[in-house]
Ligand binder design. Structure first.
Ligand code: ZN
Length: 130
């Protein structure tokens, strides 16, 4: 694939670098917007948690509705058991909201590297505006 050249220095493909950039910029934005764990209120070591795992859906990987500030503890728990976080989101947003987002996870979406980079640039601008 001509579009996916390996970078000699980083040993990462263009696609991996686009994904890393969008991950970093969306995480920066979410943590700046909400600098506390939405489950316990902790401000220590806040991370950008994905309600539905980022590896499962390109559609939701950088969708703001899927991104929630979490402390390391709650983010780790979520990776092993998704139920507590889902239950908390359901309390905050409602069952219909949650199930509609879950349904979107299964809709196939493909993005070009440039579209992924544009998502990263969008989050960068948004975090600068906070
Ligand atoms: Zn927490």
């Amino acid at each position: 694939m001509a579009e996916d050249k390996m970078d000699a220095k980083t040993q990462k493909t263009e696609r991996q670098r686009a994904r890393d950039y969008a991950d970093a910029m969306s995480s920066l934005y979410i943590r700046k917007k909400d600098p506390v764990c939405f489950q316990c209120g902790s401000t220590r070591n806040v991370q950008c948690g994905h309600l539905f795992p980022r590896g499962l859906s390109l559609r939701l990987r950088w969708d703001e509705r899927n991104l929630w500030s979490q402390c390391a503890y709650h983010n780790n728990i979520h990776e092993m058991n998704s139920k507590p976080m889902e239950a908390m989101v359901e309390i905050l947003k409602g069952k219909e909201w949650l199930e509609s987002l879950r349904a979107e996870m299964n809709e196939f979406t493909d993005l070009t590297n440039e579209e992924i980079r544009e998502i990263g640039r969008k989050y960068k601008r948004m975090s600068e505006e906070l």
